[in-house]
Design a binder for this molecule. Structure first.
Ligand code: 5RP
Length: 226
């Protein structure tokens, strides 16, 4: 697993993406420590007069956006101009997301956006995707989806909660299987197979959804089209 980028790098990436936001936009607010820097920067901009509305992707991003004074709207009442979100791994134009178990709502919001900006530190970059793929599952389908993942060559493991006995329960009331497929040479067919598994609510492969990547370092930011 790739994690542990510096806070300065995450902040640089988040603030760089927040600078792209323009007056009047509806902005998808991603989940995770890197996206949180973008939300805080947007909150400061709102304080300074920027007129935007946010669409949160999780309980956590909703709470942070509220604290930062960003007006919010539900996705069914707005269309998203720009989404800013983090990733657990980035390879080419593809991502693994779901480290915060928020990938189902994140995918709905990020995929609906006219433009989706990924914010990351260099520890997230890879030549090929190999991070375990989170799959949100209906509780009743935990074992059947795990069997299907094994049939696809993966090793599923139920995500356990910290500071609570038992599993992580998502914002949608479901469970998460972290599915290790080793190096995924062809993410698209794997994504289709996971999406077609009964009881799998959403998987964390984001294939070809992102438009732009902001990679922060201690010294600055690089921006590239995806
Ligand atoms: C949450 C996500 C996050 O965006 C991803 O886990 C990256 O988080 P961080 O910026 O804290 O490393 O997909 O479901």
């Amino acid at each position: 697993m790739k994690q542990g980028g510096s806070e300065a790098a995450k902040r640089a990436a988040g603030e760089s993406a927040a600078e792209v936001v323009e007056d009047g936009m509806v902005v998808g607010l991603g989940t995770g420590s890197t996206a949180a820097h973008a939300i805080r920067a947007l909150g400061r901009a709102v304080d300074a007069g920027l007129d935007i509305t946010g669409v949160p992707t999780s309980f956590q991003s909703r709470e942070l956006a509220r604290e930062c004074g960003i007006p919010l709207v539900d996705l069914d009442a707005a269309s998203v101009d720009l989404a800013i979100d983090g990733a657990d791994e980035v390879a080419g134009g593809d991502l693994v997301k779901g480290g915060g178990a928020a990938h189902a709502r994140e995918k709905v919001v990020d995929a609906s956006a006219d433009r989706f900006l990924v914010v990351a530190d260099p520890t997230k970059l890879a030549d090929a995707l190999s991070h375990p793929v989170p799959v949100e599952v209906l509780p009743v389908a935990r074992t059947t989806v795990a069997d299907a993942v094994r049939d696809l060559g993966g090793a599923p493991s139920l995500r356990r909660a910290e500071r609570k006995d038992g599993p992580v329960v998502t914002d949608n009331g479901n469970l998460v299987l972290d599915c290790d497929f080793g190096t995924v040479e062809e993410p698209a067919p794997l994504g289709r197979a996971l999406a077609g598994t009964p009881g799998a609510v959403e998987h964390g492969l984001f294939i070809g959804l992102a438009d732009e990547l902001h990679v922060g370092t201690e010294d600055g930011v690089t921006v590239q089209d995806l």
